[in-house]
Unconditional design. Sequence first.
Length: 530
Amino acid sequence: MPESYLNAKSTTGTETRVLDICPTSGMCPICIEECLSLCEIGKSALRGREVLYPIPEQFGTSTQAANKDPVLEWSHFQILTELTGAYGIEADPDKAVFPAVDIETVLGGIPLKLPVITAALGSTAVAKNYWWGIAVGSAISGTMQTVGENVCGMDPDAQFTDGKVTYSKDLKFRVDTYREFWDGKHGDIAVQTNVEDQRMGVDLYALSKLEVDIIERKWGQGAKAIGGEVRVNDLDYAVMLKRRGYIVIPDPEDPAVVEAFKAGTFKSFERHSRVGMITSEDFLEDIDSLREQGVKRVFIKTGAYRPEAVAFTMKMASEAKIDAVTFDGAGGGTGMSPVPMMQECSTPTVFLETQVLKCIEVLRRRGKYVPDIAMAGGFISETQIFKSIALSNLGDGPHVKTIAMARAPITAVMKATYFTELAVRNELPEEFRMSYGNKADQFLICATELKNRFGNDYYKLPPGAIGLYTYYHDRIETGLRQLMAGVRVWKLNILNRENIAALTERASKVTGIPLLEDVEQDRINMILEG
């Protein structure tokens, strides 16, 4: 996204009066008084800080991401298909068929039916609104689901003793919802904790009362470098959150603010989390304490910070023998990530993965422990998943064990839920009805499969869960198997860097993957002259 779009963004609901804008400022060449268009400048003059965030009115029913071109992304690599042989299966045409490809993986000791996990979804309204479909869909897909940060702190029904949570209706609901359809073998439910959660003792509550086995410590953010943000449109709720220790802007206990809110001058408050201040000693002590409390696995989720922060994270993860680390590349979000931060901050995913791999090379060379890695940041398809995992094989198997996604699964759940609601109201578009039918069991293509699998319990599945299962298994799983069969690799754990080539000099320089025009040039002569 060039600077010329700086003054008009769909994420903030802004636009310019004319299309031929100034390339540097993004302003109209002639800015006139009698203009009803709300550009970034104009809307900021009226609404101020609201324009830092995605459209406030869409909070809770949307997800957001940057639309800036990261210069290097997964389309800059090409998958190299193979003609002969078979790896990971007998070279028999009757056996080496694409449905036989094994795409199961293990992350931090957790078996997964496919190399995708649903990343942490916490106190944002969109996560809570669609949790039923997200959690059940992840469970029946045999993959992992993480409850994100601030759930207990945002729960109006939560109970505290001496500042520590002793009961949370919302967190219990989220854990129980996943477990209702969990097979007990593939995937699991984890609870993520940030600095606010740790102060409230969320980890100990999850371990002792909800019997959660996995705690994920959150270091900073993914799409944003500062603490998590959500919108609150209820005054009493905002006051409650402030008294629980959150940063709430503007101050809901200021009489002038209360008057302005009741007058409709603004319609929502901002709730912010603090940024944790991490030190080596405190972190190692924290992990020791968690394990003494009975946690079975400890994960870390962190954002796309500068390279030395990546190295620090990997060093600490190695010393503490963390089971898995999720690195989240720039520019997505599920709540109200500041748009300028999504656009202009943090490291894009391909660059970030390369930094992580450099750290792994150093740790391996020194004989140090290396945690499993999950990569996040804009993933939606099997081609991206294939390339990320292949890139991470440094000779002993892929270090990226799975991909973490948040926006894509939320979209799958939202779409399946919304179209089912349209069907119930008999409001499906005519073209859609003609193509896919007018009942959910017709247009949700995996309905028959899931009916056979669950019997009468099928009717307990929310439509969103069916949609997520369909997206994960019928689309991504099938697509990934086809790609792997195309390179003649039948096991995920032998996918490697020779299965991809770089299409641009930057892609080659950053990752070390050879350019397509340089791949196997020596072998051409060997084959033809041999």
